[in-house]
Design a protein around this ligand. Structure first.
Ligand SMILES: [Zn+2]
Ligand SMILES: [Zn+2]
Length: 278
């Protein structure tokens, strides 16, 4: 079997042709200032995969490593690839105040901001760390955690500083499922996202986690489609080798849901590109 990382996207099953990855971490999980040596492998991987549009979205706690001049240089060297300057803002109770301020200051040089919820009621640990974060769910009321999580997503959408919500149902990462129907809280969250005219990402990262499911779940995708909420496609790659991870499988989902367009961003302005000929 050919791994999805090496399968060219144009060979994917179905009529969809995915072309963009809008969630990537050149710095990984530590501060690494942007240089051509750090960034060029991402452009090379994009070309090998047939991707034409990628966004760098490092965690806001590493904002000091982001260098717009280096991104401009990379663009000059790779004229056939759209390279978007972005960042992933989260709800880190300690570091994100500085991140928000940095985003406000650099808003006009950024193309795209992702909004994420990585923290519940512990300030010292992201709940999505695997496997350690699972302990935050032990002995707890899972329905209450879900409600709390989506309340925090709502708060993130309300900041006015994000263009798109990342991994919308990340709370399922360790495989905990709510007992009650969560449609009400999800509907309320999606209504708010729609009212703010924000996008939601389809992230293959969930297929690499214990839950082994796309973010967001099929039911949430249906509810988002009903509201005409636009989607980006994303891998949440923390290495250039993960770029476009599982995109052939994602392309099948896109076909099944008859999602005809995927959105791209330039200086926060959204455009939709057709990916499905159905
Ligand atoms: Zn994230
Ligand atoms: Zn991320």
């Amino acid at each position: 079997m050919i791994s999805s990382a090496t399968l060219p996207l144009h060979q994917s099953a179905g009529p969809s042709l995915l072309f963009s990855d809008y969630h990537t971490h050149p710095q990984g999980h530590r501060l690494q200032p942007y240089t051509q040596a750090l960034l060029q492998p991402w452009a090379d991987s994009a070309r090998e995969l047939g991707l034409r549009d990628i966004a760098f979205t490092d965690h806001d706690r590493y904002y000091a490593g982001i260098n717009f001049d280096e991104i401009d240089r990379l663009r000059e060297k790779n004229p056939n690839l759209k390279i978007r300057a972005g960042i992933e803002l989260d709800n880190d109770p300690i570091h994100s105040a500085a991140g928000r301020k940095w985003i406000e200051q650099h808003w006009n040089r950024l193309d795209f901001v992702l909004g994420s919820v990585h923290f519940l009621n512990r300030a010292d640990q992201m709940f999505d760390s695997v496997p350690a974060g699972a302990e935050q769910f032990e002995g707890r009321d899972i329905d209450a955690i879900y409600t709390d999580y989506f309340r925090r997503v709502h708060e993130m959408a309300a900041t006015g500083l994000v263009d798109c919500l990342a991994h919308l149902d990340l709370v399922k990462i360790h495989g905990h499922r709510p007992n009650a129907e969560i449609d009400a809280v999800v509907n309320e969250t999606l209504d708010f996202i729609r009212s703010r005219n924000l996008a939601v990402e389809l992230s293959t990262a969930g297929w690499r986690k214990p839950v082994d499911e796309l973010y967001p779940a099929d039911r949430i995708i249906e509810l988002a489609i009903e509201r005409r909420i636009p989607f980006t496609t994303a891998s949440d790659a923390h290495s250039h080798l993960q770029l476009g991870d599982n995109f052939p499988r994602l392309a099948q989902k896109v076909s099944i849901f008859k999602i005809r367009g995927v959105c791209v961003f330039e200086k926060h302005k959204r455009n939709v590109r057709v990916v499905c000929a159905i």
